[in-house]
Design a binder for this molecule. Structure first.
Ligand code: NAI
Length: 243
């Protein structure tokens, strides 16, 4: 049985990825930052009861906490086939008003948090001679977005990190890719005011927001045997919003 780690799995895209991997018979190491109740409910909702799931409460932006997450995974399962770096936050503001804290917090979670998890899993994955890493970036890391200087920098950074990791780790049979979602319906995008959402929809050829399951589909593909010659790529899943 394969094992996967999903960061930020308590809700939104992370929770849907976790459900999908459960259906695919993965043992799961599910990371969350605050809501133990949501995690317990998520595991209760799993349809496949034959797998083992562990939950690890930690803030991935903390280097030692992230180590704890990876260590727990190896302690429980002995190997990890896939790491899905999904945890992310926004702290939107226009540049002129953006505080240092807003910038630092977003970089600490989205970019450094992903580095922390990748750094700690690199050695054990090299040792086991295989692995897949999927980093959840964003269309905003490719196209930019007003009010998201911090977030777009973090997500563009993830793309550079993905490509460098792919180059370093390819010879070790570790494949590293990124997914750049467009606007996906979750609590993160529920925060966007309705008038701005309407404007956004005008620029999406498919005329709708994406669903978290659209992202889970791509994760499923990228960690499957069908993607065994794909590394260092950024898969855009945005309804045509940015080409
Ligand atoms: P969400 O806000 O609904 O969920 C994010 C999850 O990450 C939550 O479970 C949260 O607790 C967790 N998290 C945040 N900081 C953490 C930390 N320091 N340590 C551990 N867990 C932490 O967001 P959503 O929409 O599900 O987004 C998931 C990923 O997809 C994020 O990386 C986001 O940037 C990215 N994304 C989302 C898009 C969207 O339209 N919803 C578009 C493009 C990218």
């Amino acid at each position: 049985m394969k094992t996967a780690i999903v960061t930020g799995a308590s809700r939104g895209i992370g929770a849907v990825i976790a459900k999908r991997l459960n259906e695919l018979n993965y043992n799961l190491v599910l990371n969350y930052r605050s809501s133990t109740k949501s995690m317990e409910e998520l595991i209760k909702s799993f349809t496949n009861k034959k797998t083992k799931n562990i939950i690890v409460k930690c803030n991935i932006s903390n280097y030692q906490d992230a180590k704890k997450l990876i260590d727990e995974a190896y302690k429980n399962f002995g190997k990890v086939d896939a790491l899905i770096n999904n945890a992310g936050i926004t702290r939107d503001n226009i540049l002129a008003l953006m505080t240092e804290e807003e910038f630092d917090e977003v970089i600490a979670t989205n970019l450094k948090g992903t580095f922390n998890c990748c750094k700690h899993i690199a050695r054990p994955m090299i040792k086991q001679k295989h692995g897949r890493v999927v980093n959840i970036s964003s269309v905003v890391g490719l196209a930019g977005n007003p009010g998201q200087v911090n977030y777009s920098a973090s997500k563009a950074g993830l793309i550079g990190m993905t490509k460098s990791m792919a180059r370093e780790l390819g010879k070790r049979n570790i494949l590293v890719n990124a997914i750049a979602p467009g606007f996906i319906k979750t609590e993160m995008t529920d925060k966007i005011p309705e008038d701005i959402k309407k404007e956004m929809l005008k620029n999406i050829p498919l005329e709708r927001l994406g669903d978290p399951s659209d992202i889970a589909d791509c994760v499923e593909f990228l960690i499957s045997d069908k993607a065994s010659y794909i590394t260092g790529q950024v898969l855009s899943v945005n309804g045509g919003f940015y080409m």
